[in-house]
Each structure stands twice: as structure tokens, then as C-alpha cells.
Design a protein around this ligand. Structure first.
Ligand SMILES: [Zn+2]
Length: 415
């Protein structure tokens, strides 16, 4: 990619933030196709009295970069892992505005689609590039001189504008390339998962569930979280705990921390309890409404509330889950669940994989990033409780969650 020369005083770029804004996601629930590229079939443009809007319909979350070029003046947006429907190849669109001569779209490389807006920089005051969800689309708004930049569409990220261009990062790498398995893999991939907030459940006066031998959940959760943090930091990922000692943190505050830190992922670590002490195994949750009574029971336990309150919560949830990152959270949950089961089975053969489920967990509500709650094993099961006491098993749990996070990060480059 050519470097984009900066133009002082003219650029008002949408802050892409350091979180997931400029990052590709995969939709693991969607059927995998042989061609991982998202097909672009539509480009729309509108000229209003005070600005021009260009909308590129993509449908599937894709990473993108943008910048500007001179002589002649151009604003470009490159969508990665994308292919252009042949009908649009090489198309150009006139625009009824004297500050834009045309809009062009083309397949720049086999996996990159480029949109170019030919602009007269001397006539424009600012522009912004941002994305919207449901369906996923990229928007370029261009404001001529003498206009006030209106607010972005309601769904847009409300991060404050930054006076900087996003450095174009070459991201056409093979995530399976062994060269990227070393330290700082996420950074090398440029996929944007820089910060992970790890939430050791309960703490202080709230022990969580307590095993027959007296082992308290809060202690297990913290030990696993600390071990996970060490592994993530080794890999060059900024890992932050919601608590680093035996203190209580409010459920709402835990995601507030994650949002403030602009975390890319939120992982709440718990140990399970079940009335049936024979029941054991690993399960991972993402935020959703659940018709399953046993999930509701567990959520009530983790929410420190009653099952009745969960019922009231569901109506709130219905509204929230529509806007939350369910697909991404589910993908993260699946990667963690699979790797965690694999890791723990090295020390506890035959540990059950109870699967990935949606559940109304309060601690997952506030997060603006993919968020999961993992129940690493059952403290109510004597065999698992005995294992949860050991450093070996706790380290394996941390390793399994770590492996899951890394698998998820690698999956971001596909789709
Ligand atoms: Zn818990």
C-alpha cells in the first residue's frame, strides 16, 4: 500500500479507536465457504446540501484501511478479504457536487477492494470514514467548506475524532504462517486485539461457589486469571484484570473497566456449581436470552440474584442483545471452550465438554467488545474440585483459555 500523505488542517477522521473498530471479524456461525472473501455488490452515494455520503455495503465484517493521495486528490478506502462483484469492476459514479468529481471502485488485489473518491481537497473541509453494523457497511462522509460536520449516523462509534490517519497496515498475511506463532502474534497480524480484560469472578465478601473441601471459587478464578494474564503478556497482548486481589468488584463495574481500557475482548472466569454433584465439565457462555432452566439457575447464581429477577431481566436483555456482539462473542466462546476442554483433559481425562451456550449473565451486559463467561470446571464435583486445588490444573485452564483466545484472533483474518 502506498503511504498516505497527511494533510494538516483538512482531515477530520473518524477515530477508529484502538479497539475493534478497524478490525475484521469473522462470523463463525455463518457457513464457511471456500472463498473467504466478502462479496461487495453495492455502492451507494447521496449528495446532500451540506455533505456527500458514500456507502459501501459489505454485509460481513471486514477489516479496512483508508487514506488520501495527492495529484490528483483522492480519498481511498481499502476493504480487505473482499471481492467485487464483476458487475461493479472498474465502475465509476458521477457525483452532483463540485468538490467531488467521481467515485470509483475496483478489485485492487485478489483480496482487496478499493473505493476511490476523487476530490478537490481545496474545496473540502473534512471527511470521515467509519463503519456501521447490521448490515455491516462502510461510510465515507465528505464535507465541503462552509459546512459544519454533522454527527455520524446513530450506530456509529462515538469515539472522539482523532487528528491522525490510521497507519496503513499490510494485513495480507497467512494467519497459519508459523512465522507468526512467536511473541506478539496479534500485533504482527495487525488484527487489533491489543487489550484483553480478564475478570476473575466474585471476590472479597463474595466467595462464589464453595466446594465440599472449602475451596472457594473466587480464589480459583483469581489464580487462573493471573496465569492467563502472564501468558497473554508474553504474547505481547495487554492483559488487564478487573481485580488483582481478594476484593469485590460490582458486576457492572467489571465491564466499565473493560470499556474504559478499550479492551478488545472481555473474559470472565468462573467455576461452576450444580445441585447434581455428579455433574462435571466445562461450559462457556455468551450473552443471550436462554430458555434453559439450568442456565437460568446458573445465571442467577452468578448474578447474585433470584431466578425471578432473571425473568425480569430478560425483557431488558431482549433489547440489549440485539445490539451486542453476539456472533463475535459466540465465536470467542467456541474457541475458548474447545481449547479449554483439550487442555484440561491432559490432567483430567474424560472431562465433559458441556458446550457453548447463551445465557443472561449480568457481567456480560455492559461490554462493548466480544465478551464471554467461562465456567472452567465444577467445584461441586469432588473430582474436579480436587483438581482445581492444584497449580497444574489451574495452569492448564489458563493455557486452554489462552489457546482459545489465540485461535479466535487467528480466525479474525478469515471469514
Ligand atoms: Zn462464579
Amino acid at each position: 500500500m502506498k503511504s498516505a500523505p497527511k494533510t494538516p488542517g483538512i482531515v477530520l477522521l473518524a477515530a477508529l479507536g484502538l479497539s475493534l473498530s478497524a478490525v475484521a471479524f469473522s462470523f463463525p456461525a455463518a457457513p464457511r465457504q471456500d472463498d473467504p472473501r466478502a462479496e461487495i455488490v453495492n455502492l451507494r452515494r447521496y449528495t446532500h446540501s451540506n455533505f456527500t455520503r458514500v456507502v459501501l455495503d459489505i454485509g460481513t465484517l471486514r477489516e479496512y484501511t483508508f487514506g488520501e493521495l495527492r495529484d490528483p486528490g483522492r480519498i481511498y478506502v481499502d476493504v480487505l478479504q473482499a471481492k467485487l462483484n464483476p458487475i461493479l469492476q472498474g465502475q465509476s459514479y458521477p457525483v452532483k457536487a463540485d468538490y467531488i468529481s467521481q467515485i470509483r471502485i475496483s478489485q485492487k488485489t485478489t483480496s482487496t477492494v478499493r473505493v476511490v473518491v476523487d476530490v478537490d481537497f481545496s474545496r473540502i473541509q473534512s471527511y470521515r470514514v467509519y463503519h456501521l453494523f447490521d448490515p455491516y457497511r462502510l461510510v465515507v462522509d465528505i464535507y465541503p467548506h462552509g459546512t459544519a460536520a454533522p454527527a455520524t449516523e446513530p450506530q456509529a462509534k462515538t469515539t472522539p475524532p482523532a487528528r491522525r490517519t490510521v497507519p496503513p497496515v499490510k494485513r495480507e498475511v497467512d494467519p497459519k504462517d508459523p512465522a507468526f506463532n512467536g511473541t506478539s502474534m496479534a500485533r504482527q497480524l495487525g488484527l487489533g486485539v491489543r487489550t484483553v480484560v480478564i475478570d476473575p469472578g466474585h471476590g472479597g465478601p463474595r466467595p462464589g461457589t464453595i466446594g465440599r473441601s472449602g475451596l472457594q471459587e473466587k480464589e480459583v478464578n483469581l489464580a487462573v486469571a493471573l496465569a492467563l494474564r502472564a501468558r497473554l503478556r508474553e504474547a505481547g497482548i495487554d492483559a488487564i484484570l478487573t481485580r488483582e486481589s481478594d476484593v469485590d468488584v460490582g458486576l457492572d463495574d467489571r465491564t466499565v473497566i473493560a470499556n474504559q481500557k478499550r479492551a478488545d475482548l472481555f473474559i470472565s472466569i468462573h467455576a461452576n456449581a450444580h445441585r447434581d454433584r455428579k455433574r462435571g465439565g466445562v461450559e462457556t457462555f455468551f450473552l443471550n436470552i436462554s430458555p434453559d432452566p439450568s442456565v437460568i439457575e446458573l445465571a442467577a447464581e452468578e448474578n447474585a440474584t433470584s431466578t425471578k429477577n432473571i425473568g425480569q431481566m430478560e425483557s431488558i436483555l431482549e433489547k440489549i442483545v440485539q445490539n451486542s456482539k453476539i456472533q463475535e462473542s459466540r465465536g470467542l466462546a467456541e474457541a475458548i471452550q474447545k481449547n479449554l476442554c483439550r487442555a484440561l483433559s491432559r490432567d483430567l481425562s474424560g472431562i465433559r465438554n458441556l458446550g457453548v451456550k447463551g445465557g443472561p449473565f449480568w457481567v456480560l451486559i455492559g461490554g462493548e467488545m466480544p465478551s464471554v463467561l467461562v465456567e472452567i470446571s465444577h467445584l461441586s464435583n469432588a473430582r474436579e474440585e480436587a483438581k482445581l486445588k492444584t497449580k497444574k490444573y489451574r495452569d492448564l485452564a489458563a493455557q486452554g483459555i489462552y489457546d482459545g483466545i489465540m485461535e479466535y484472533i487467528r480466525s479474525l483474518g478469515k471469514g
